[in-house]
Structures are given as structure tokens and as C-alpha cells.
Design a protein around this ligand. Sequence first.
Ligand code: AMP
Length: 222
Amino acid sequence: MKNFYILVGPPGSGKGTQAQKISKKYNLTILSPGALLRDQIKSRTKIGKLAEPFVLAGELVPNEIFLPKLLQILKQSRKSLLLDGFPRTIEQYKILSDFEKENEKCKLFVFEIDVSTRKLQERVGGRWHCHCGEIFHTKYRPSKRAGICDICQQKLFRRSDEKPDILRNRLLIYRKKTSRIIRLFEGEHSDGYFLVNGDKNIDDVNKQFAKIFKKIHGLDKR
Ligand code: AMP
């Protein structure tokens, strides 16, 4: 089977952290348009240059800019995929749904991580990034020296799309567009939808995923 496990949750829900853990444990490839776009922006590619203003404003990047690249990776992957941040619109969801219909070995699952808005603002508002990829948090994972990475000693920075105004915009888009996909999916695949309580700490959230995967492996064997 080549399953697509779709992780859905607002910015700050811990999608990225859980994706890392789950992909290692279950040998899945992570496909994250957000990470792909940040890489393209950093490397100053054509896609990166076109996408940058949208990413900086916290807006969704138009499909025509990044979708061909994303679909190429999606189709070429031989392993099951963990999708972090895709689909985010009904149109993107339909692309995946059609792919599932055309491939009998492919099945979609959706994991919705639910987190209160207050918790999201606290989590994202306290984040500090390093160019080496490490992420610190003023409250949950402070660096030993303020503003300096514990691992490589480089200066930490805030992601511009994590500043309060932009975060508010991203949350708004999530509530307006992305959460509609979940309701649509639930209607079409009631046995493939799972709700996760993301207010808990990282390990507790991960335990919820372990239970879900146990259940899914049962479904795969039917
Ligand atoms: P993320 O790291 O998933 O929070 O995504 C960061 C940014 O990348 C988003 O605010 C969008 O600008 C862009 N992005 C990520 N996923 C998508 C998507 N599925 N469709 C359009 N834009 C996206």
C-alpha cells in the first residue's frame, strides 16, 4: 500500500514535530510544501522568488507556482507519505482524492490536530529558529544563552510569518479554508479520519498517534 497520511492542524499545532517523530517510527517520507517553499526561497530558485511574497504575508501560495513540483515528488515516492501542510484548500484536496480513486493501492487518512487559539499564540509567539534547523522556545525549550543556538552557536531568529499579525492571518485562513477540507473528508472517508488532542505535551500527543497507527494497520489488513 502507498498510503497518504494527511496531518492537518493550525500553525503551532505541532504538526512539524509530530511529522518528524511519526516518519522515523513508521518509515514514511514527509512531504511539506511549507518546508519545500522555504528551501526554494533560500536557494533563490524561480519557484522561490515567485512564492516569497505570499509566504512572507502568511498567504497561501497559488497552486500554479508550486504544485507541479510537489506532485512530481508525490507521484515518484515509492513509500507511503506523511503530508504536512497539504492539502490546504478544497481544490488541493480534490487533487489527492482523484489520485486515490485512480490508484487502488493508495488510501487517504486524515489526522486533525486540534489546539486552542490561546495555546497556539503562546507556542508560536515564543519560537526562535536557528539556520541549522534547531527550534527553541522561550518557555518550553529556552537556549542556554539568550538568542544563541545551543548546538552551533549561531544567532537565533524569528520567522517573519510567525510574528503576531501574520500569525493571525494564517489562523484565519486555516479556519476559513483548511478546516472545511476536514468536514468534506469526514463525509467521504469516515473510517480514515482521526482527531488528536494537540493541547497535550509532545509525548502525549505522540502516544495518541501510536494508538491511531495501530488501528490503521488493523484496517489495512482487512
Ligand atoms: P507551513 O510551514 O506549513 O506553516 O507553511 C508556511 C507557508 O507556506 C504558508 O503560510 C503558505 O504561505 C505556504 N504554504 C504551505 N503549504 C501550502 C499549501 N498547501 N498551499 C499553498 N501555500 C502553502
